[in-house]
Design a protein around this ligand. Structure first.
Ligand SMILES: Nc1ncnc2c1ncn2[C@@H]1O[C@H](COP(=O)(O)OP(=O)(O)OP(=O)(O)O)[C@@H](O)[C@H]1O
Ligand SMILES: [Zn+2]
Length: 720
């Protein structure tokens, strides 16, 4: 029998795909409750990594949690996966615990917070590999804390809980291991926050915002924490705080009229929020959605006339899309465009432990709204009230709540002028009754913005700060495939922070690139001493990637090369797709593989095969992933033909080995191609590596100058 105790070291693995599935599509599970599973495994029975399924596994032991006590482990799991509970554990060799997918969704922001903290934590640097793959999977998620001005008090409280409190209340509340995890070198900063709040006389009402801002700022501008010079730090901190307050103020101004709805108690007052100031103008890069909603606006402006003329409208509209893409903003804009009241509710508010509370809140909400029609009712996180998890023990009264919602929706006529807008990330999770005609029967998709949308969003947020006119937002947009509106907003904010910290009076391309890299790769590590030998190896390694990218026809254009350590990496080369790529050609895929190979090939050619380093492991991961996809999914292997092989574990041993053989061949050929190019361009390779050693970072133009054999005139970067 295995039990959690201080002597046995439990190895906890969380199959990432479970989490991601739980997050993205609860329909993968037929049952109503369970989806995500956490499996604390006995060490000697558990494989290091789940090779069979080849899915990325977050191995907590690898993360440095090897000496956790049972209680600490539970505490940690609770933080990572709210809803995880010890009681659920089955006492068998394989402990399995299920958490409700629902509670997982509801806490998604908290969950993200933990990961963003993890990502910027020292652990990331200490144990890069598992976290790295985790983070790259999370890249398409909002892996940082979003600052939003207009969620309910409840969700704001939740956010506070998950960010600033963790920092601010370290002394007594957080168990010490969490402190070690999240606050490794921040102890003194937390103190200075308290001090600062006292000395600056921050008014009570602003303290929370101040704290959140502070904590967020810290996660974001982590470079600060590594300064050693105390007085320097204090000035910078002060600047940072000023800036945060500035940003806070800015974000408040257009929405001054927002009032938060309180939701405690049965008869909670329902206050409409007048959305005069938010219009479609404020929502960028979602043109189709805006067009579809235009009709709704017309209707709200004059419901009677609209219906007399024969216009037909659904009562409910479902906005579907990933987090942070602007669903809430769009709903507000609909109300704002039509100049009608906006009632905000979050699905999770209706989810109550007590009989009738959720249902009565819904009743109140609709009563108020109908009395003030025309108006918009917005229900955020609709899936958490209208999900399929009927009769689950975790949510005993949800059926009642759904029924009430259905009854209310059926209970008024289309021409009464009430429009209900629901938002969800997972339409599949919704109860079928909700999406029947006469209810939420219109779906509007709010996708992640494409390159044009991203450019617009960046421009929009840049216009709120001081920036260098030479900035080309499109370049940043091209390098941020998959970012949501909220993420782009954060990118601009971080750039502004960085500029303030560096004492600049405006944001330039440099700060934008900086914050993009930081979001994608973790903070810079200027303080890390890297000896000359390693620097030289890194310079040749990175130049290797760059040379291959430069001289391979179908490779993406180079954006930048650097040997500045960042996150777990010692340097990197970034490439920019010319457009968002919806599909890729065989030769583009091969080019990507070749570029990945460039680093190791360079090490081998320059320093000899005895001196190759471990630095190429993620390059090989990349190349292998591509090769595997080509063979098993894209039908790009002659030997295996145009067939897809999804579950490789279930294939016959012969097929498995044929696949492996093909992948190996693809990789070997790629390696040879890269070697060939580097041999031909040995001179350029050397020049580029030397330029990197001198200047540390080179942009696309500078790389071109070096490779064309011209002289590079550039200010030497100071490396401290
Ligand atoms: N398309 C966009 N244009 C401008 N700003 C945007 C856009 N998308 C997101 N944002 C910014 O990000 C913030 C968060 O977006 P919002 O809350 O509307 O997203 P959401 O889709 O409702 O997310 P969630 O599903 O997490 O609730 C907005 O307040 C806005 O500042
Ligand atoms: Zn590399």
């Amino acid at each position: 029998m295995f039990s959690f105790s201080t002597t046995v070291q439990p190895q906890v693995t969380v199959p990432l795909s479970h989490l991601i599935n739980a997050f993205h599509s609860p329909k993968t599970s037929a049952t109503s409750v369970s989806t995500a599973s956490i499996q604390p495994l006995q060490r000697d029975t558990a494989p290091e990594h789940d090779v069979q399924s080849s899915e990325p596994v977050l191995n907590l032991r690898d993360l440095g949690f090897s000496d956790l006590k049972a209680s600490q482990l539970d505490e940690l799991m609770n933080r990572l996966l709210p809803g995880y509970s010890t009681e659920n554990k089955i006492s068998s060799q394989w402990h399995t615990s299920y958490i409700s997918a629902q509670s997982f969704f509801e806490n998604k922001h908290g969950f993200m917070d933990v990961f963003s903290a993890l990502r910027s934590s020292y652990l990331y640097r200490q144990h890069p590999s598992p976290l790295q793959s985790l983070c790259s999977d999370l890249q398409r998620w909002p892996v940082f804390i979003q600052s939003r001005g207009f969620k309910t008090l409840k969700s704001r409280a939740r956010r506070l809980q998950s960010t600033s409190e963790r920092f601010a209340e370290t002394e007594n509340v957080s168990p010490s291991f969490v402190k070690g995890l999240l606050l490794r070198d921040r102890g003194s900063d937390v103190e200075s926050l308290e001090k600062l709040m006292k000395t600056k006389n921050v008014p009570e009402a602003h303290q929370d915002a101040f704290k959140t801002g502070f904590a967020e700022g810290f996660l974001k501008a982590q470079a600060l924490t590594q300064r050693t010079n105390d007085s320097l730090r204090r000035t910078r901190l002060f600047l940072l705080v000023l800036l945060l307050l500035g940003i806070y103020g800015l974000s408040k101004t257009p929405f001054l009229s927002v009032r938060f709805r309180t939701t405690s108690g049965l008869d909670a007052a329902v206050d409409p929020i007048q959305m005069k100031n938010v219009t479609f103008e404020h929502v960028k890069g979602v043109e189709e959605a805006k067009q579809e909603l235009q009709e709704v606006v017309e209707f709200l402006k004059n419901p009677q006339k609209f219906t007399v003329l024969g216009g037909k409208l659904p009562k409910g509209i479902l906005l579907v899309g990933p987090p942070g893409t602007g669903k809430t903003l769009l709903a507000r804009a609909v109300a704002g465009e039509a100049d009608v009241p906006f009632y905000y509710a979050s699905g999770s508010e209706f989810d109550e432990m007590f009989v009738g509370v959720g249902a009565s809140r819904i009743r109140n909400l609709f009563r108020e709204a109908k009395a003030n029609a025309p108006c918009v009712i917005f229900i955020d996180e609709l899936d958490s009230v209208g999900g399929k998890r009927i009769e689950s023990p975790m949510h005993p009264y949800s059926r009642q709540t759904i029924n009430q919602l259905l009854a209310e929706m059926d209970g008024f006529k289309p021409n009464e002028g009430v429009i209900i807008i629901g938002a969800t990330n997972f339409p599949e999770a919704l109860d079928n009754a909700l999406i029947r005609p006469g209810r939420f029967d219109m779906q509007v998709t709010v996708p992640r913005p494409d390159v044009r949308g991203r450019t617009e969003i960046l421009k929009w947020y840049l216009n709120k700060i001081k920036y260098d006119q030479a900035i080309d937002p499109e370049i940043i947009a091209r390098g941020t495939v998959g970012f949501s509106g909220a993420e782009l907003e954060n990118l601009v904010n971080q750039a502004a922070l960085k500029a303030a910290v560096d004492g600049k009076d405006m944001v330039s391309m440099k700060e934008l690139e900086f914050s993009k890299d930081k979001i994608l790769m973790g903070p810079e590590r200027r303080s890390v001493e890297i000896d000359d030998k390693n620097k030289t190896i890194t310079a040749y390694h990175e130049s290797g990637h760059a040379i291959i990218a430069y001289y391979t026809k179908d490779a993406m254009p180079i954006n930048k090369a650097t040997i500045m350590p960042r996150g777990p990496t010692l340097g990197h080369v970034s490439l920019l797709p010319e457009n968002d790529r919806w599909s890729e050609t065989r030769s583009q895929l091969l080019a990507q593989m070749d570029v990945s190979m460039g680093g190791r090939v360079a090490e081998e050619l320059i320093f000899g095969s005895d001196h190759i380093t471990t630095g190429a492991s993620s390059d090989f991961d990349n190349a292998t992933k591509i090769a595997k996809m080509m063979v098993t999914r894209f039908g790009m292997s002659e030997k295996l033909g145009v067939m897809t092989y999804s579950d490789t574990a279930k294939l016959s041993p012969e097929t498995q080995s044929a696949i492996e053989q093909e992948i190996r061949t693809l990789l070997r050929d790629s390696y040879e191609r890269a070697k060939n190019i580097l041999k031909i361009h040995a001179k350029e390779h050397k020049n580029l590596a030397e330029a990197l050693l001198t200047y540390e970072t080179l942009d696309a133009k500078e790389i071109q100058i070096v490779l064309e054999g011209k002289k590079l005139e550039k200010e030497r970067q100071e490396i401290n």
